[in-house]
Structure formats: C-alpha cells, structure tokens
Design a protein around this ligand. Structure first.
Ligand code: DSN
Length: 458
C-alpha cells in the first residue's frame, strides 16, 4: 500500500494495514476461499466510486448523478456475460453485496415464504446461507430420518441460526456415508420425498465436481428450480477448468473474491424473467445501495479473467491442489474422498492424533494459514472439528507451482509431527508451548524465506 497520507492522519490504522501486508507476504495462505487481488482491482475498490448511491437498476435509479455508474455496471454485466458464456436470454445481477446476500435475494425473489429448500448439509460442506438450524425437531421428525435415505437427510431443529432457516423450510442432504461423495440416486429419493421448491448445490468444502445435469434432472422430476452456488469454483468455471452449470441450472450464484480473484462481491446469473424478480430480491428485498467501488473491482477482475492467461492460472490452481493432495496422502494424511477435482482439499486429522483446531493453530504459528473444518459425518462440532481445509488459489496467484506444493506438504507433515506430543494439552497451553518451540520457529523462518521468492506485488 502506498499511502503516506494515511500514515500522517491515522498512523495506527496505517500500521495495522502494513502489518497485515507483511503477514500476507511472509506466510503461506492456504485458505481456499481467499485470494490476492491485482493492484488494478485494489485501485478500483479504493476509488471515489464508493461515494455514490445508486439504488435501482441501470437507467432507473432512485438517485441522480448515476450516468457513470450506469456505464460501469453495464460494462461489468457485459464482461460477466462474455466470461460465463451466457445464453442470449440470460441476464446478470452484480449488486448483491456478498454471496450470502445474493443467495438470500434469489430466495426472496423466486420463492414464497415457507417454501422448501433442499440444500447440502453444513457439516458435509454446505453453506450457512443455504440454511442451518440445530436439534432434531421432535420424535416424529426423528422417525422420518429412518429408512433407506434416513441417515442422509437432516431436517434441522428449533434453533434456526440463520435467516434462510427462519424464512424457509430447509431439508439438507448429506453425502454418501461410505464414499463422502454425492449420491445422486439418494438425492432423487430425498427430493421425491420432501418435494423442494428449490434444490441447491455448492458450498465450502466439497472437493469434487458436481454433475449439474444430474442435479437439474432431479430438480425437474420434482418440479423444483435448481440453483448452483459456485462461490468457490467461480474462477475455475470462468477459466474452463471445471464444468460450468451455466445453461443447465436455473440460477447460478457466486462470490467474486475466491478463485475468481475480482475483489469482494457477488454475481447472480439466470434467465431474464428470473433476474427481474431476483433484482427486486436484492433491492428492496435484502439491501439498499450497491457498493459501486466493489462493482468496479469485479469489473476489473472479470477483465483480467477474460485474458488467455487466466485459463492457465485456473488450470494451475487445480494442478497445484492435486499435487498437494497426493503429497499429503503419501505422508499418511487422510485426504477426504482421496483427492480433489478443484482448488480445495479436506483432510481428516483423526489418524494424526491432533484434530482440526489445534492442527490449524500450530500450522499458523509455523507460517501456514488454513482453517479447521468439519467433514462428512463428523462427530465433532464446527468450533472443534475433526478436519482441516486447505486450498491453492492464493499460492497459485503468487506463482507457486508443483515444486512448492511438495515443499508445503513436507512442511505440514513436519509441523504436525513436531506438535503431536503436545496434543493432549488444553488449547491455550498447547498454543503457548507450540509458540515456544525452536523447531516451529525455524520452519516459520524457512517459510518466510520461501515466500520471499514469491513477492506479493499485484
Ligand atoms: N467463508 C467462505 C469459505 O471460507 O468457504 C464461504 O462463504
């Protein structure tokens, strides 16, 4: 960041930003939902566009002075059309402030209150915005779990922890209990039994490709709409590295800041009739004015993603993830589903004798930043789960390739072996002890050196 002005007016904030810059430079960021944006994206996001209110749609705003904003939003939508190869009768919304808002806007725009949504179980890699609640509702409901598909359905509970669960009837499907993969036959049975109005795929921790044609066929059989939330793999879809749901699903939602590398925000794609309803779901449904500076960031990012080199980037993300997964498996890590088709890897830590929460903290102390995560059929909770989740978008943006992935897998293994003897300690004691270990300090220094060869310059 070049801001001597901020340094003069507010050195405290300036210093915090500088420290964060250093942290991002010196550590290996393996959180699959994070990325590093180009200087151009960051310039656009930090621009005067943030001053402008523009509630409404292009040409029909509730505020004057939106001539330039109209042009910007038109350009952004045009780039999205081109990048995601939209059918002629499809349109785009780029105004929802986040992925969660985008999803909610779709529900508000297309569904009646209390409609039934069938989405992926959170622990298996679904997303909060697809609905989440705790505790079985009643003994009668529990009985409904029994039978062939019983163990693969979650009907939720009284503690509805997010707005989707409060407004809609959420039925959640799990992965196959043996393979932890989508079980399309079971999904059809579940859909027939619970008759959803909307069927959703996508989420945060499913490492395999989803068969969108099969999902659309299931939705069609029961008269439901099919929404593909591709927040995680949007950049991989854009780069042609994984199958696209565009033209198959009825609605596609995504965030823009993960593999798509376009600053924070979201994009919604659907046919024109649906987008008209979804636009009303965004405003006045769930939010006020769009963040025009973020839309400019998305526009610049989409422009970058339209360049031929983005295809190479998207492919390299997956190559890196596959090499990392393979190396981890060779080091006796239990990679869920035995690998990945995408940018993310889920690792069950049970066989390592140190579970998600402590493993993630120890790795961070040694310079590898990832997150603890639940896994399919996890007996633990999201606050202290069995697994860790890691991914390759950020390190691929830095220019790291297969050679570095092998090094990273080796570091992860070394760190876990070093901290294992402390695994039985209470979390705070564990953290204190690990932070003092000279072997951990040495690895952290080695990782800093490795990162120095891949500077973050945008
Ligand atoms: N928080 C994102 C993730 O980490 O996957 C999802 O919104």
């Amino acid at each position: 960041m070049n801001s001597s002005h901020l340094n003069k007016t507010d050195p405290k904030v300036y210093n915090l930003i500088k420290q964060e810059e250093t942290r991002q430079q010196d550590k290996l960021s393996l959180i699959p939902s994070e990325n590093y944006f180009s200087q151009s994206v960051r310039d656009a996001v930090g621009s005067v566009l943030m001053h402008k209110y523009s509630e409404g749609n292009i040409g029909h705003r509730y505020y004057e002075g939106n001539q330039i904003i109209d042009e910007l939003e038109t350009l952004t939508k045009d780039r999205a059309r081109k990048l995601f190869k939209l059918p002629k009768d499809w349109d785009v919304n780029v105004q929802a402030l986040s992925g969660s808002n985008a999803n909610l806007a779709v529900y508000i725009g297309l569904l009646k209150p209390n409609a039934t949504i069938m989405s992926m179980y959170l622990y298996d890699g679904g997303h909060l915005s697809h609905g989440w609640s705790y505790e079985p509702k009643s003994k009668e409901k529990k009985k409904e779990h029994e039978g062939k598909i019983g163990s693969m359905v979650y009907l939720g509970g009284e503690r509805k922890v997010n707005i989707s669960s409060r407004l809609f009837n959420i039925i959640q499907y799990k992965t196959n209990p043996k393979t932890f993969l989508f079980d399309y036959e079971a999904l059809l049975e579940i859909a027939k039994k619970y008759k959803p109005d909307l069927l959703i795929t996508g989420g945060t921790a499913y490492p395999r490709n989803i068969d969108h044609k099969k999902m659309k066929a299931i939705a069609k059989t029961v008269g439901a709409l099919y929404m593909a939330d591709i927040a995680h793999e949007a950049g991989l879809v854009a780069g042609g590295a994984v199958p696209s749901p565009v033209g198959i699903a009825d609605v596609v939602t995504m965030t823009t800041h993960k593999t798509l590398r376009s600053g924070r925000g979201s994009i919604i794609l659907a046919n024109k009739d649906m987008i008209a309803k979804i636009n009303r779901g965004v405003l006045p449904g769930v939010q006020g004015g769009p963040f025009n500076n973020n839309i400019a960031g998305i526009c610049v990012g989409l422009g970058e993603a339209l360049k031929p080199e983005f295809k190479i980037y998207a492919k390299q993300i997956i190559i890196n993830a596959r090499v990392l997964a393979k190396e981890l498996m060779s080091l006796d890590f239990d990679v869920v589903t035995g690998g990945t088709d995408k940018h993310l890897i889920l690792v069950n830590m049970l066989n390592k004798g140190i579970l998600g929460k402590k493993a993630a903290r120890a790795l961070d102390l040694a310079g590898i930043v990832l997150n603890m995560n639940t896994m399919p059929y996890d007996k633990r909770t999201p606050a202290d789960p069995s697994a860790i989740r890691l991914g390759t978008p950020f390190v691929t943006t830095r220019g790291m390739k297969e050679k570095e992935m092998k090094l990273i897998a080796g570091y992860i293994s070394q760190i876990i072996e070093i901290v294992k003897p402390y695994a039985k300690l209470e979390f705070e004691d564990f953290e204190k002890q690990v932070a003092k270990l000279s072997a951990i300090k040495q690895i952290s220094a080695d990782i800093k050196k490795l990162c120095g060869k891949f500077p973050l310059i945008g």
